[in-house]
Design a protein around this ligand. Sequence first.
Ligand SMILES: [Zn+2]
Ligand SMILES: [Zn+2]
Length: 268
Amino acid sequence: MKFTVDHDYHIHSTLSACSKDPAQSTAHILQYAMENGYGQICLTDHFWDETVPGASRWYAPQNYDHVRKSLPLPRAEGVEFLFGVETEMTKDNILGISPERYDAFDFIIVPVSHFHMVGFALSEEDAATVEGRANRFLTKLEAVLAMPLPHHKIGLAHLANDTLGGRDLSMYCQVLRQITGDHLRQLFKKAAALGVGIELNTSCLAFRSEEEAQAVTAFYTVAKECGCKFYIGTDAHHPAQLVGQKAIAQCFADRLGLTEENQFHIGK
Ligand SMILES: [Zn+2]
Ligand SMILES: [Zn+2]
């Protein structure tokens, strides 16, 4: 059977500081799931645990009391609406969630590619070169996989993301090509063994050039060859970003040749 786009595990609500859109309510998100026939969706607002020192000024207000304002999540027949978060890993490999909080969430997504946050998620020195960016991506990914996390409910958010190149398309493609090698293969093998989910983020899959399509496909092909399991996330911050994403996801899943064997499910 084919890989089915029957879920969305990366969605922000109005609570995320980069959304603040009253129209991006949990009621609207649930409506989106019903209209697309999704059986499982997960809310993943930005989160920094207040018990972990080192939050940036932007993250600090997005603590547990803040993200849990969305509870209880609205319900509808046939849709499982899960409560997750997108946390952060700093340039010094500090993860913005403490072990005491793991049970509070159904799913925890960890980004290692938030390289637009220079000074916080990436040092100025590493940001300056393709090699610095590629190397730091790999060492961050290695660090996440070495942590004693509840791996069955960990997702690796948008690994291939144009933020890797500071939103410069040409630099992004260069960084991706630099990353796609033996070290990456080793890390994807470990990710597969641990059972973490690899995210296919539709906001990074509407390719702007053939070069980008090839670099991203080559990157995720390594993950597939290593036995990783994948899930879809829109990373939507506004209602318009929920529209048309199912087709983009299915198109890329087909391009990678994914089947149900390659599918990651939360809680399974
Ligand atoms: Zn992100
Ligand atoms: Zn996000």
